[in-house]
Design a protein around this ligand. Structure first.
Ligand SMILES: *Cc1c(COP(=O)(O)O)cnc(C)c1O
Length: 465
């Protein structure tokens, strides 16, 4: 066997990758022709690839590296824990210090009476836990028929059978027998694409009231829970109109339906508070967490559960758990990540300083001839590419065609920005400085200019008919 290292020529690494590695959400044959980009190292907010190119990572990996790369304290916390107790389970009436300490820390950080944590290794697993937990909750309360969970189209809640079913991604549902039974989807609060002639506030109310209509059609006695991301992330950083969440909350309260806030992206400072629920005034019974919990340094997720639900679940043996629920090394890394976030006041800085600065700069991009709406909350934002902003037009090509062109120009300009259809989204490390933000905006502007020039040259600034 060859020893595979960072020092191998890129083409060789790509060939071995193509021969043996199946990539998530990727057409592998297509990728094999181009060769995958090989990332070899990272520090702060900068990635380096195997050809020595550097990129400003405006996506924090996959929405997760909130404290930035290269924090040795986290590596040291992992090494210490591996030396002391690399693994033990939390199944059979046992526990260990990292799980105890992290559960207490999360109960302390989480708002309201969200005081109890069920650990998983990812957001997908945590949402699978949530499906079973809310159904078990109602069964324990003598209402087993209350088993439907309402979610939204274009939501993302993970990629397992359960969490992918909760999500509202049609391309995912087209493969492998999703959604599972008992999941109902309503419309999303995406005013730019779907709001028509309504004002954003009218549209937000209208979309929230789809929840009430669904409850009335299904029967409140059948509905266990509603789940939503405070801001849809993978769906394109869709910031709901301000009328949306208060109305959702009112409807859940009125019908006694559990509310699950999927905080996998919005949690841990992303929106300028510890949790997106605080930014939007949501009072959830359960919050899903993952990603920023460990800043991506170790795979860990979980559900933070309110007193009442935890109390009911505690009354039975909840026959559920993962080998790595509360993995000691992942817990130790998450604790160190949260300690640093506290000590360096990272969430406060996003709220008071870098978030507003990024927002102000990001909004200037709305003047670009290719850009429609720009949105930024804390440090997650999106902009819409459009051939005509006055009419909120889409391009006369398959959704995503123009987004991909723009994404390529971002890479060529030394910037990682993600395309979701024809929206460009960012979710940078929360430790970005003002200088980093200036560089981000400069590079984004260059990529937009190059994209615009290319579209004009190829006669592609055409609206769908
Ligand atoms: C990424 C994500 C998930 C899934 O988390 P994984 O760790 O990839 O399983 C769930 N919910 C939201 C909102 C996410 O963004």
């Amino acid at each position: 066997m060859t020893l595979i290292t960072n020092h191998m020529p890129t083409a060789e690494l790509q060939a071995i990758d193509a021969a043996h590695h199946m990539h998530p959400f990727t057409e592998d044959k297509d990728l094999a022709k181009k060769g995958a980009r090989v990332i070899t190292r990272a520090n702060g907010v900068t990635l380096t690839d195997s050809d020595g190119n550097e990129f400003l990572d405006a996506m924090a990996g996959l929405w997760c590296v909130n404290i930035g790369y290269g924090r040795n304290e986290l590596a040291e916390a992992a090494a210490r824990q591996m030396t002391e107790l690399p693994y033990y389970n939390t199944f059979f009436q046992t526990t260990h210090v990292p799980a105890i300490a992290l559960a207490e820390k999360l109960a302390d950080l989480a708002p309201y009476d969200l005081n109890h944590v069920f650990f998983a290794s990812s957001g997908s697993e945590a949402n699978d836990t949530n499906i079973r937990m809310v159904r078990t909750y109602w069964a324990q309360k003598g209402q087993p028929e209350r088993d439907i969970i309402i979610s939204r189209r274009n939501a993302y809640h993970g990629s397992s059978m359960g969490s992918g079913s909760l999500g509202g991604m049609s391309a995912m549902h087209a493969q492998g027998g999703m959604p599972i039974a008992g999941i109902h989807h309503i419309g999303q609060p995406d005013w730019w694409s779907e709001g028509g002639a309504m004002s954003p506030d009218e549209f937000g109310l209208m979309r929230a009231r789809e929840l009430e209509q669904a409850i009335e059609e299904l029967g409140a006695h059948r509905v266990a829970a509603f789940i939503g991301e405070p801001i849809q992330g993978a769906g394109g950083v869709i910031v709901p109109p301000s009328t949306y969440w208060p109305e959702i909350q009112r409807i859940c309260d009125k019908h006694g339906i559990l509310l699950i806030a999927d905080e996998v992206i919005c949690g841990f400072g992303r929106t300028g508070n510890w949790f997106g629920s605080q930014t939007f005034g949501i009072r959830p019974h359960i919050m899903t967490i993952a990603k920023g919990l460990s800043s991506g340094y170790a795979p860990i997720g979980g559900s933070i559960v309110c007193d009442e639900v935890a109390e009911v679940i505690a009354g039975c043996e909840f026959a559920h758990g993962y080998t790595y629920s509360g993995h000691p090394v992942a817990c130790a890394v998450a604790l160190e990540n949260l300690r640093i976030m506290d000590e360096e006041g990272i969430v406060d800085r996003v709220a008071a300083e870098t978030g507003p600065y990024l927002q102000q700069k990001w909004e200037t991009l709305a003047d670009h001839p290719l850009v429609g709406e720009t949105r930024m909350v804390g440090m997650m934002g999106s902009l819409v590419l459009t051939p005509d902003k006055a009419s909120r037009a889409t391009f006369a090509f398959d959704a995503g065609t123009v987004g991909l062109i723009c994404r390529e120009h971002c890479f060529a300009s030394g910037l990682v920005m993600r395309a979701v259809g024809d929206r460009m989204v960012i979710s940078p490390p929360l430790v970005m400085s003002r200088d980093d933000i200036d560089r981000l905006i400069e590079r984004a502007t260059r990529a937009l200019d190059l994209t615009h020039a290319r579209l004009k040259q190829d006669g592609m600034m055409k609206a769908a008919g």
